[in-house]
Design a binder for this molecule. Structure first.
Ligand code: SF4
Length: 253
């Protein structure tokens, strides 16, 4: 018995105590900061090299709903573009994912635009059904990680369910493949009201590297109110966790 206790003690603490302030590696690419004095020719350079056209050729702003966090722009202009390891980049307004030059401000949800019933009904427990709409299993793996022993999002009653009939909303990953369009609609129809929609990962938000492909059918995404946008390629579990905590009103610091 003493031997087992010593083994457990040697493992140390496996869970993240505070999901709000857990530090992550310095090489993690989270919120970008673009220098306010970025020149026109520099904007043109990085706009042209960005593989997903996430950088505006006019203003130099980076759209996190399109960015795949490859880092190429920061490698090309290390003095003008850098990615902080700030993982709290989930928002509830699509336009807030556009980061303009000269701004170094944390991204947060717009409280006034969160539907009243969300905090009222889901603060104590939120069950979600995940739908991979043409996903590559990267965001899906990170979402699964939110419930593991390290992140333990279940401590706040937030968990994934096997059936939409037992859920309070859906989490969509992947760019929205045509073959999943009907399944996505059926899943949504099977989810009881009130219900929420979360787009998890760059692919879900914009289509990512597949944006504009004829193999996509984003009709459902384009025609429903989105409650939470969680950027990342793939997303970090802490980005999803902090976004959902803000959405449902878990105010633990
Ligand atoms: S890090 Fe994002 S904005 Fe920069 S080049 Fe890659 S995809 Fe484009």
């Amino acid at each position: 018995m003493l031997k087992e206790v010593n083994i457990l003690r040697s493992h140390g603490s496996q869970y993240v105590k505070n999901l709000r302030i857990q530090p992550v590696s310095g090489i993690f690419r989270g919120r970008p900061v673009i220098s306010g004095d970025i020149a026109g020719d520099e904007i043109k350079l990085v706009s042209n090299l960005c593989p997903v056209k996430a950088i505006s050729s006019g203003t130099g702003a980076i759209d996190l709903g399109r960015c795949v966090f490859c880092g190429e722009c920061a490698f090309a202009l290390p003095g003008k573009i850098r990615f902080k390891n700030d993982y709290r980049i989930a928002v509830n307004r699509r336009e807030d994912l556009v980061i303009n030059p000269g701004l170094d401000i944390p991204l947060r949800l717009n409280d006034g635009e969160i539907r009243k019933e969300i905090k009222k009904l889901f603060r104590g427990a939120l069950k979600l059904r995940q739908v991979s709409a043409g996903g590559d299993n990267s965001c899906e793996m990170e979402l699964a990680a939110t419930g593991n022993v390290n992140f333990d999002f279940g401590r706040y009653g937030v968990e994934f369910t096997a059936s939409p009939r037992h859920s309070d909303g859906i989490v969509i990953t992947g760019p929205g493949g045509e073959n999943m369009a009907e399944a996505l609609q059926i899943t949504w129809n099977a989810t009881p009201v009130p219900k929420i929609i979360i787009l998890a990962g760059t692919d879900a938000i914009s289509g990512g590297i597949f944006e504009g492909s004829s193999a996509l059918n984003r009709h459902f995404i384009d025609n429903h109110h989105i409650d939470l946008y969680v950027p990342g390629n793939p997303l970090h579990p802490l980005t999803f966790i902090n976004g959902v905590m803000d959405l449902i009103g878990i105010y633990s610091k």
